[in-house]
Design a protein around this ligand. Structure first.
Ligand code: ADP
Ligand code: MG
Length: 700
């Protein structure tokens, strides 16, 4: 049985070597099984026939019925020669356009018959027409004419041009199911199928391709999504279980001087959420198992404090720790914050970045291996081979999505027993995505901002309002506030972007002249010293305005800055806009985020800007982003290193099924952690076969 599913598609009736090659190249369909699992992406109701007058260009695939009023060939030579068929029904006429197979079509069609046309209306020269639609004699019987729903399969231009139409695909899938139906064995354990009242595998496959009716289609879709997501969750959670079995962790039973001298020094009360997260981290540290935890918290929620306190627990138990940040600016800020929090406590900290001077570097490295440094804070410089700890107990990675998988995993190897790992992100990740991308980690969420913060007021402004915006900025500066002005910087248009930034900077200087106003500028093309100098001016409150690229996106904390102007805001993604906005609203003053855009905005950009203006909630924005763009584009998806290759389920739409599968997978593993029970043998084999199952364990 499994053998026949692996048969080469060319042996299927109606395929043959030529089509097989095309199917392989264009759609990656090589075997019978590939074809069975090649699902329609939508369905057309065959019982529905539109009249020509009803057609709109925004419609998807539809059917119309009519007879031919006219056939004309236009265009000369190779250039755009085409056949235009004017089809008429009682309500009007519409053109069908063919560039290929003209001779054949002309021979096949006649003026007497009535035809059913199946295709997608498009607009050309301001009139609606169908390009290469399928044409069928309305009297001819097709394979599945007894059913009302017909599947529409993904296709490519090459396939269509080679005559492999949707109808042909439908036909070969039909042949395949005819041949295999009785051999399609169940692919989920019997108890799951009956407990969850799932449609059988065989009937799901049949109905996903040739739905008997809407009800059967829904059942088939549910069953196939369920299977896909259950296996995914099972493999993720099994990996997590295995990890717990393999990796012992260092235990930190004590809390003492390092921790308390800082704790008593903090000028504010920790939020309940911060306290809860510290307890969650503590529970890992005392479990004897290695911690592998993701800490999510919106910008400004106070993750750094949690990180420092966790490091101090390690110090109290005689272990070292490190905090790695993606930029120099941020590493420095963490360092100076930790200095402030630690006061003159016994805890020894050091800062190591790319620009640490040679002599100082050597000193740090020596002290590190001797155990004379408790907390090492730095950038990528931390993961270099030469950086060796005496005993690294916990590694914190800030803004984890800024690091690659291998970079992150290098910290694992800095100690014989792998250190506890805490990765932090301010990019809120929708639940469904987190369960999948980070499903193998423990997840903590700081879902509360420190008290007294006022939500940032977000305003959309266009170029003609520039003067008003400038006077508003002046008002704010006169009140003693500081202003960020951010320009986009995108690799592809880097030169243009720098030009825009320079121009913008000149305009600002003109509009806000010295000595009354001081404007700092920071971007990637500056010399390090210049950058630092300007950044410092702003951080210390000596500059009123900071003009910059997105270098300030990550983590920079200037509580007195209460206005963020984002230029060409339409060019930023939602999560990036939210990150930038998070730079303001940190002090007690009312803060503003002004999104400057051009006049013309695409529908999607408009949606994004409107959303930004309507909510400050990072999770809400992340959910919206997922809905609008799908999971592939969400920050972090690509870098996660995890393949989410879902054939039928969608992380953005099938949240409830995913939740159910996750809890079912958990139950299965609690009951049978090694999947040894014969009733779970299908799962065991499946997981072993899953190519996807890479080593998740070191990805954090
Ligand atoms: P993020 O989670 O974005 O990294 P930070 O850790 O930079 O946020 O914290 C933002 C600011 O809030 C810092 O100035 C920090 O000192 C302050 N902060 C953190 N926790 C609290 C708290 N519980 N109460 C008041 N302020 C806090
Ligand atoms: Mg931070």
């Amino acid at each position: 049985m499994s053998d026949i599913l692996e048969s080469n598609i060319k042996f299927l009736q109606g395929v043959g070597p030529k089509r097989a090659e095309l199917l392989s190249k264009e759609l990656n369909i090589n075997t019978f099984k590939d074809l069975l699992h090649f699902f329609p992406f939508r369905y057309v109701d065959r019982s529905k026939i539109y009249s020509i007058s009803e057609i709109e260009s925004t419609m998807s695939y539809i059917q119309i019925r009519g007879s031919i009023a006219k056939m004309t060939e236009v265009g000369e030579g190779l250039k755009k020669r085409r056949l235009i068929i004017t089809l008429k029904d009682s309500s009007g006429t519409v053109d069908l356009v063919f560039f290929k197979g003209i001779k054949w079509i002309k021979e096949k069609l006649n003026y007497k018959s009535e035809y059913i046309i199946f295709g997608k209306p498009t607009i050309f020269n301001q009139t609606i027409n169908f390009v290469h639609p399928e044409i069928e004699d309305s009297n001819s019987q097709s394979v599945n004419s007894q059913e009302n729903m017909i599947g529409v399969y993904p296709s490519t231009e090459k396939l269509r041009n080679s005559g492999i139409s949707n109808k042909i695909i439908t036909q070969i899938v039909y042949n395949l199911i005819q041949k295999l139906y009785n051999n399609l064995n169940e692919t989920l354990p019997a108890y799951i199928v009956s407990n969850k009242k799932l449609l059988s595998y065989r009937d799901s496959i049949k109905n996903i391709h040739f739905p008997k009716d809407q009800n059967y289609l829904s059942k088939a879709q549910f069953r196939l999504k369920y299977e896909e997501l259950l296996l995914l969750q099972l493999s993720i959670l099994k990996q997590k279980k295995d990890h717990e079995i393999i990796y012992n962790g260092i235990t930190f039973p004590k809390i003492s001087d390092h921790f308390y001298s800082c704790f008593n020094n903090i000028p504010f009360e920790l939020t309940e959420a911060q306290k809860r997260v510290i307890r969650e981290i503590r529970s890992n540290m005392t479990s004897g198992k290695q911690m592998n935890r993701l800490l999510q918290g919106d910008v400004g929620s106070g993750k750094t404090m949690v990180a420092i306190l966790s490091c101090l627990i390690a110090a109290d138990n005689g272990y070292q720790s490190c905090i790695m940040a993606p930029t120099e600016v941020l590493a420095k800020q963490h360092y100076s914050n930790s200095q402030k929090m630690l006061g003159d406590s016994i805890t020894k900290t050091a800062l190591l970045t790319g620009s640490t001077k040679k002599k100082e570097r050597k000193e740090i490295l020596d002290n590190l291996i001797k155990g004379d440094i408790d907390i090492l804070i730095g950038t990528h410089a931390l993961i270099e081979e030469i950086v060796q700890f005496k005993n690294l107990g916990i590694a914190v990675i800030d803004e984890q999505h800024r690091f690659g998988v291998t970079q992150r995993s290098k910290l694992w190897d800095k100690n014989e027993t792998p250190p506890h790992i805490l990765v932090m992100t301010a990019t809120p990740i929708p639940r469904t995505l987190a369960m999948t991308l980070y499903g193998h980690l423990d997840v903590s969420i700081i879902d509360q901002l420190p008290p007294g913060r006022k939500p940032v007021k977000t305003i959309h402004a266009k170029e003609h309002q520039r003067n008003r915006i400038n006077s508003f900025l002046k008002e704010q500066i006169d009140k003693g506030r500081q202003v960020f002005i951010v320009y986009p910087l995108i690799k592809e248009s880097e030169k243009m972007d720098y030009k825009n930034l320079q121009e913008g900077y000149m305009n600002i200087i003109e509009e806000f002249p010295a000595p009354k106003y001081v404007t700092a500028v920071v971007h990637g093309q500056q010399k390090q010293e210049d950058k630092e100098y300007d950044m410092d001016l702003f951080v210390k409150g000596k500059a009123n305005i900071l003009v910059s690229t997105t270098v300030i996106e990550v983590g920079v904390d200037v509580p007195n800055a209460s206005v963020m102007v984002i230029e060409s805001a339409e060019r930023f993604g939602l999560s990036q806009l939210h990150q930038l906005r998070g730079r303001v609203g940190r002090g007690a003053e009312e803060s503003f985020c002004i999104l400057m855009t051009s006049h013309k905005l695409s529908k999607e950009s408009h949606q994004r800007i409107d959303l930004m203006c309507s909510t400050n909630d990072g999770f809400e924005l992340a959910e919206a982003d997922l809905r609008m763009r799908g999971p592939g584009d969400i920050d972090g998806t690509q870098q996660s290193g995890l393949p989410i290759d879902l054939k039928i389920a969608s992380l953005s739409k099938d949240g409830p099924i995913l939740e159910e599968c996750r809890s079912t997978a958990k139950e299965i593993l609690i009951d049978d952690p090694l999947l040894k029970d014969p009733k779970n043998s299908i799962f065991k084999i499946c997981l072993e076969n899953r190519q996807q199952l890479r080593d998740y364990s070191k990805i954090s």
